[in-house]
Write a protein that binds this ligand. Structure first.
Ligand code: CLF
Ligand code: SF4
Length: 518
């Protein structure tokens, strides 16, 4: 409490009072006006009850707005190799697992190479709106390279939002610079507020020129994380908190973490599943620490959603990821290729493209509301989950066999809500079904009653239906949420006529292992 009362002292120009910070946080992240009441971040397409200032910051940020993530892309530049702590879910040979899954080594860049890459990507992908520095180590353990990159990009591409992700250990030392550089979005990974639990996650930190181990290390880390969070929110900088859910270690404790970060003004909470494959060589991977199932993750996110809005569309992406959150185009932009590509950074063209996307989003929102209105007289208590194959744009537009992931919606008479995604191996490679067949995909979608696709072959359709998952092509190329609601209405009608029987589905797998674009 003492710390909270000091908040206004941290504020620079434009600083907010603690009450203002709390009010904004209590409004629930990106939007609380989704069709299902208090929804996951950004479920409403519009501004909802956010202030114009906050709306402007989140409306085209794919991580801070669920709706935006269907349309807008982010890119990361891997300029930050060093780290100042050790997490038991990280292998230093790989990217920072706080913000990017282990298993994929990034190409390290100098700030100058990074700035050139940003301009090149911005010239090629007009919907790329955000530059994030998220690793492969900790951006604030490499402040020179991180801030130099931001400085170069701000000079040449002022419309690109700057974003960083940190473990928070040195965050309080850098808040002035973060504010001065107009970095409006900061992510802090906070896995505990109890150092005894922290000691099971962090073996050591490197702080004030010395290595500190055990509970003392986690006590310092936690204090610095929470102080940094308070300092940022007092200045109106939007803070997202990432937490890795580690069953048996911090899963129950994360409800307490959620309360702690909400009370300090965090805008959004992103609880991510632990990834701990043995081949990653992490402590948790080698000791057999498992990650959560889909139902365990959802139950925790639901429990915390009563407290504040949750991000559920995180893809735990690489430190050099490029593209929409569900895709990775980093291979198109290797340093060699970037140096050969022409840069035609056209601000007006980018803005025109983005204005079109905004218009499309409004059309999508109206279509959803119109479909929802058709459910107005329904009183059924049935709630189901529906998977969707999409390659972006907010439409059901992916072939089942070409899907790298499926987006999962929960739907009831109150509306449709995005609740997560399931990464899968491609079912169809080079025209042939994968060696593993459809079984791993069925396990990933096992909690869903249906999967909406642009197209599906007879064999996988039969297999899915044998497992109780209806494969539906009826909504090919239509808007996702409208389609999910329309499917649900049809589902209720068929249940009402006893054409089908409503079945409560079981649990599903969250696929482990890194995503590598093929
Ligand atoms: Fe990158 Fe992170 Fe910024 Fe997004 S990612 S630094 S806030 S621009 Fe997004 Fe990727 Fe999840 Fe991160 S999906 S891992 S939350
Ligand atoms: Fe690895 Fe990131 Fe943890 Fe550092 S903060 S040890 S890079 S996961």
């Amino acid at each position: 409490m003492q710390k909270l009362l000091q908040l206004q002292d941290f504020g620079g120009p434009g600083a907010k009072t603690l009450d203002e910070v709390r009010r904004e946080a209590a409004q629930g992240g990106c939007s609380s006006t989704g069709g299902s009441g208090k929804a996951s971040c950004g479920s409403g397409a519009g501004q909802g009850d956010l202030s114009p200032e906050v709306w402007d910051k989140v409306k085209n940020h794919p991580c801070y707005s669920e709706q935006a993530h269907h349309h807008f892309a982010r890119m990361h530049v891997a300029v930050a190799p060093a780290c100042n702590i050790q997490c038991n879910y990280c292998n230093r040979k790989y990217d920072c697992a706080n913000e990017s899954r282990p298993g994929v080594v990034s190409e390290k860049l100098t700030p100058e190479q990074a700035a050139r890459k940003v301009l090149t990507v911005a010239s090629t992908i007009p919907q790329m709106t955000v530059l994030g520095v998220a690793g492969p180590g900790d951006p604030l353990a490499n402040p020179g390279k991180t801030f130099k990159t931001f400085e170069l990009v701000a000079e040449t591409a002022p419309d690109i939002k700057l974003c960083l992700s940190t473990n928070g250990l040195t965050l309080p030392d850098h808040v002035d610079r973060i504010q001065a550089m107009n970095v409006d979005h900061v992510t802090i990974t906070i896995n505990m507020v109890d150092p005894e639990i922290g000691a099971k996650i962090y073996p050591w930190i490197f702080y004030n020129h010395r290595r500190i181990e055990g509970v003392e290390a986690s006590r310092i880390l936690s204090e610095r994380q929470l102080l940094g969070l308070e300092m940022l929110t007092a200045r109106g900088i939007l803070v997202k908190v990432n937490s890795v859910m580690i069953p048996g270690v911090n899963d129950k404790h994360l409800v307490e973490v959620n309360r702690a970060v909400k009370s300090r003004g965090a805008f959004l909470h992103n609880i991510m599943p632990l990834i701990s494959e043995p081949e990653h060589g992490t402590v948790f991977g080698l000791t057999g620490q498992r990650g959560p199932t889909a139902q365990e993750l959802k139950a925790l996110q639901d429990a915390c959603e009563g407290e504040m809005n949750m991000m559920r569309h995180c893809r735990q992406c690489r430190a050099d990821a490029v593209g929409l959150l569900g895709e990775d185009r980093s291979a198109e932009f290797s340093t060699d290729k970037v140096m050969e590509m022409e840069v035609e950074y056209d601000l007006e063209a980018r803005q025109a493209y983005q204005a079109k996307v905004e218009q499309e989003r409004e059309v999508i929102a109206r279509a959803k509301q119109a479909e929802l209105a058709k459910l107005a007289d329904e009183t059924s208590a049935i709630k189901i989950q529906v998977a969707v194959a999409t390659k972006g744009g907010g439409r059901v537009n992916e072939h089942f066999g070409h899907a790298h992931e499926f987006q999962i919606y929960e739907v009831s008479t109150t509306g449709a809500k995005f609740i997560g995604h399931r990464r899968v191996d491609l079912y169809c490679e080079g025209g042939y079904a994968s060696a593993d067949g459809v079984e791993p995909i069925i396990r990933a979608l096992n909690d869903c009653s249906a999967v909406l696709v642009a197209k599906i072959g007879v064999c996988p359709k039969d297999s899915l239906e044998g497992a109780g998952i209806e494969a539906v092509e009826t909504y090919a190329f239509e808007f996702i949420e409208k389609s999910v609601i329309a499917y649900f209405k049809d589902y209720l009608e068929r249940v009402g006529k006893s054409e089908i029987r409503h079945v409560v589905r079981g649990d599903a797998d969250i696929r482990q292992g890194a995503f590598i674009e093929t």
